[in-house]
Design a protein around this ligand. Sequence first.
Ligand SMILES: Cc1cc2nc3c(=O)[nH]c(=O)nc-3n(C[C@H](O)[C@H](O)[C@H](O)COP(=O)(O)OP(=O)(O)OC[C@H]3O[C@@H](n4cnc5c(N)ncnc54)[C@H](O)[C@@H]3O)c2cc1C
Length: 524
Amino acid sequence: MATMAPADMRRGGMETQPAGDLRVEPFDQFNQELVANVHPAGWVNPEPRERYHLVVIGAGTAGLVTASIAAGLGARVALVERYLMGGDCLNVGCVPSKGIISAARSWQTATESHRSFGGPAVSGPGDFGAAMARMRRLRAGLSRVDGAPRYRDLGVDVFLGEGRFTGRDTITVGGRVLRFRRAVIATGARAAVPSIPGLETTGYLTNETIFGLTELPRRLTVIGAGPIGCEMAQAFARLGSAVTVIDRGTHILPREDTDAAQIVERAMEAHGVRLLHDATVVRAEVRGGERVIHVQIAGRTEEIAGDQLLVATGRVPNVEDLGLEAAGVTYSRRGVGVDDRLRTSNRRVFAVGDICSKYQFTHAADATARLVVANALFFGLGGGKVSSLVMPWATYTTPEVAHVGMSEADATAAGHRVQTITVALHDVDRAVLDGQEDGFLRVHLKQGTDRILGATLVAEHAGDMISEIALAITAGVGLGKIGSTIHPYPTQAEVFRKAADAWRRTKLTPSAKRAFRTFFRVIG
Ligand SMILES: Cc1cc2nc3c(=O)[nH]c(=O)nc-3n(C[C@H](O)[C@H](O)[C@H](O)COP(=O)(O)OP(=O)(O)OC[C@H]3O[C@@H](n4cnc5c(N)ncnc54)[C@H](O)[C@@H]3O)c2cc1C
């Protein structure tokens, strides 16, 4: 195991960070390839220009997209990254998590094939180390696109080091001063770690360390039942860990439709995950080599013993040590304050991505980065407001839960009268044939019209399928038009057409039905 990052690259906010230097582990050929792209050893920062059109702090998705678009349009751009370019998504987020989820799905399919499809019988443990090595290999392969050499070739001045404002139009990095016309803060977020007595000495994993595992934990305890907790709990259960999830709420995935969450709960339990709801962690301790979590649940205290503990209790913004006061940028526990055009309290400084967004997704970082370039450099020409974006999202459990637009509660609060259409996946032939009928589509319409306000889809590939509704809302296409679009048979996407058919049936008033009956009587 090698330490990749020097001590001065430690992230701020010690209270919510695991102790010690950030490392890329194991430091095998794949992680060496990753580091060679996203934080090359011996990288020499360029000589700063006299003044930049744009300085971007943070080279996660938000910062990378901002920098590459601005440089592509001819602006003088500096990009500052203290750790790994690519940020959370590439290094410790979407990419490694979806790599592991793919492995877990494939293991599950192999073991269920015999029982469900009469396939060859498969038994015995899989090779967890090989699954993790595959993920590291694929991540390394993807890392070139986010790497420092590529950004240099795109015309961006890449500075590796901690960026910090020293005034309203200056940033320092590695002892050099970068002057700017505009700056963009894209420093992202990190795992929030709750203050639980004993937790620091017990030791725990977060998304920053779990992807470095090379051995499967026999027992994994997960604190938190949001998207990250649920995705990892289900994946590790399928890979063979005995997983317990401690959830302080009454159901998992609190932001999602309750019926959707219940379907995912059933699937997780079927994969062996133990879910504890309404549970409060009281303290943690190490006992006889085990990590023991004391949990208060239904008036009694229960001890959960595990080999590894994953803390997945939300995210906190990286606002510390940025010199925001010197720049006159206001911020809070929720992140940097921005208006609808992503401008901060300093008119020269904008923010984008997880540091300021209620949508903490890679595609949200990408979409808002496009707005920020126009808003910051072109006086808003070609830009726009965050509130005008149609934002889909997905949780990559099995089945997946995807959502776009408003929930019924949001729509009602916004003053709409709402008509809701629900189609169960067991009414969709392809879902039945695939053995994936535990799911549904729920569409919220503006009452009396076919205008789609929002939708939730629970299906094996809901994350891919939801784009049809996202496109419809974005382009102002109603459910009626989706119903007259021919969908190939048999596909799970037929669920959209079926929702349109169901809506049409609701339009058939009793008098219209009577008229049709009379017509058929007359023609015999
Ligand atoms: C486990 C997990 C799974 C996820 N899965 C998905 C998914 O499937 N789909 C999806 O859409 N989203 C997913 N996300 C969310 C997604 O990763 C984030 O929304 C996205 O990475 C946000 O990008 P960003 O650029 O705003 O921030 P980040 O990616 O966090 O990048 C910020 C960068 O700023 C750098 N930085 C911070 N401070 C400084 C400083 N002072 N000087 C220089 N550099 C600094 C950091 O080192 C970091 O590289 C997942 C997140 C996690 C944790």
